[in-house]
Design a protein around this ligand. Structure first.
Ligand SMILES: *Cc1c(COP(=O)(O)O)cnc(C)c1O
Length: 525
């Protein structure tokens, strides 16, 4: 086995019986270079720049002077550049290939967005600058707010929440504040079983008790069961529309009416707004609060943990409770920030702040750029093409792969499949790993929980027919192998830099700090 210069095996996945790739002495595969950790490849006595020795001065650190080496890896400039470039080649992103993650809306982020977001007037300002020096930036926030209100048919919008889940918390806190203002102590939030995990988490975090709403046979909320559960203890419902099975909740208006009649509020998870933007206004369906993931529907780069932005549109009933600060445009075009310190008495019922400042400026700029470059008609076409692409995937697979709700009609922007017909012992995980070998990032797997071995594919509107056709070819081929019981699939991926990892262990017990390996102990083994 080959070792790097710290005595670590370079073939760290250590999978025996590697049927397709001969191992190399370096660990490199063709021009894909194996990269050691930066601590392993650097040495403390090397440095990329010459720094003049610091003049002797009297320390003012008291007893806090460091007495050991700082321990940073020392590399020259070209070594540093190569290190990060090699790592970047092992990274998969939307600019590299198709990203069919259902519920994530991984669409192309136009370069124009980036150009606008980097303009110094947006990128180089500080949130504590006087308001009159940042009128342009506040103008972007205000204009985006106007677009979001128009597109959703709602009354107000809270721009500051920094992700979908954060928006959910904001909306639920507004519902809580509205109930408190009415002097009511309602404790229950109803959530369908198919909901994204963030929905029950947000409700519980805000102090509510979560109860499931059952689904009917065609994957939608069971209206009769919901109505039967409504009562004076129910604060509201959280419903995703289109839902996580990729279906439009046709009874949404009836659901809202019933919930309102029972004195509750309707939260809509708007993460799937991409499927209906420009075609449906949630305000017309009786929604009281809905977050919009700017980083999904309105492009802006996401993945790898951020950044996100989750503005929440609010009904007339909930708007008075929305968070501070928000922008307000005067007749003369001037924009101000409504904050506690300056205008608090005009907004006495606000739940307060969700963030320290005004939200994610870069995401706002990208999202507004996206809207203005598409125009209203273009945004409508976004939804139409996203739905068309998803149905193309659905209809191209359903003869081969179980699609639990396909008989109920077309899907929205994502297609849902199950592992029903896989051979004994073959799982959705095997299929996902097989797709990696074919050069595709896997789809969302095992979500929603209501479908066994779920595979949720969302192509988005920015994929060409050729790209989707290639994915379908690969998807069909791996499904055929899973159905035929091709043992080799259990070992996939064979061609990835790393093979099958223990993902549970990595998530539960991540090793985030490097420590020097004990070379003598390893050599003795
Ligand atoms: C993405 C998503 C969320 C959460 O949004 P974040 O921005 O990741 O916090 C909530 N619900 C659904 C249905 C989603 O797809």
């Amino acid at each position: 086995m080959s070792m790097n210069n710290m005595g670590r095996p370079t073939n760290i996945d250590g999978v025996a019986n590697d049927r397709t790739s001969a191992s190399t002495v370096t660990g490199n595969k063709a021009l894909m270079l194996k990269e050691a950790l930066i601590f392993e490849s650097g040495s403390p006595d090397r440095c990329g720049v010459d720094i003049a020795p610091a003049p002797e001065t009297e320390s003012r650190l008291g007893g806090l002077v460091r007495d050991a080496d700082i321990g940073l890896p020392g590399l020259s400039e070209p070594e540093t550049v190569r290190h990060y470039t090699r790592l970047s080649r092992q990274n998969y992103g939307i600019d590299l290939g198709f990203f069919p993650l259902g519920s994530c809306t991984m669409k192309h982020n136009p370069r124009l967005n980036e150009k606008m977001a980097r303009l110094p007037g947006f990128a180089d300002i500080h949130p504590m600058q006087p308001v009159h020096t940042v009128q342009g930036a506040l103008g972007v926030i205000n204009e985006l707010a106007v677009w979001l209100i128009k597109l959703t048919g709602m009354h107000g919008v809270a721009m500051t929440p920094k992700a979908g889940a954060h928006g959910e918390l904001c909306g639920i806190l507004c519902i809580k504040a509205a109930l408190e203002a009415r002097g009511e102590d309602r404790k229950i939030i109803l959530v369908p079983e198919s909901a994204h995990g963030t929905n029950p988490a947000s409700a519980a975090f805000a102090g509510f008790t979560v109860e499931d709403i059952p689904a009917n046979a065609d994957g939608r909320v069971d209206l009769a069961a919901l109505k039967a559960r409504l009562g004076p203890d129910v604060a509201g419902v959280m419903i995703t529309n289109p839902n996580t099975c990729g279906l439009f909740e046709r009874d949404m208006k009836a659901i809202s009416d019933a919930v309102h009649e029972a004195g509750g509020y309707v939260y809509c998870d708007g993460a799937n707004f991409n499927a209906i933007v420009g075609r449906v206004r949630p305000g017309d369906l009786g929604i009281d609060a809905m977050h919009i993931n700017l980083h999904k529907t309105f492009s802006t780069p996401h993945g790898g943990g951020g950044p996100g932005s989750g503005p929440v549109v609010l009904s007339e009933a909930l708007s008075p409770f929305g968070p501070l600060p928000f922008t307000e445009r005067y007749e003369d075009g001037h924009i101000t920030l409504v904050e506690e310190e300056t205008c608090g008495e005009r907004h006495p019922h606000s739940i307060g702040r969700m963030t320290a400042f005004h939200g994610q400026m870069g995401m706002f700029t990208r999202a507004l750029t996206y809207m203005l470059s598409h125009g209203a008609d273009g945004l409508r076409q976004v939804a139409e093409d996203a739905v068309l692409n998803a149905n193309y995937v659905l209809r191209s697979m359903e003869d081969l792969l179980d699609a639990p709700f396909a008989s109920a009609g077309p899907c929205m922007h994502e297609a849902l499949f199950s592992d029903k017909d896989f051979a004994e012992g073959f799982s959705t995980l095997d299929l996902a790993k097989g797709l990696i070998d074919e050069g595709f990032h896997p789809m969302t797997v095992y979500f929603p929980l209501v479908v066994h071995g779920a595979m949720l594919v969302e192509p988005t509107e920015t994929e060409s027919k050729a790209a989707i056709d290639e994915f379908i070819m690969a998807f069909r081929s791996v499904v055929e192998r899973a159905k035929a019981g091709d043992e080799a699939l259990h070992g996939a991926p064979y061609h990835a830099p790393l093979r099958r990892l223990d993902e549970t262990l990595a998530a539960r017990k991540p090793v985030l700090a490097w420590s020097e390996p004990d070379v003598t102990a390893e050599a003795a083994e």
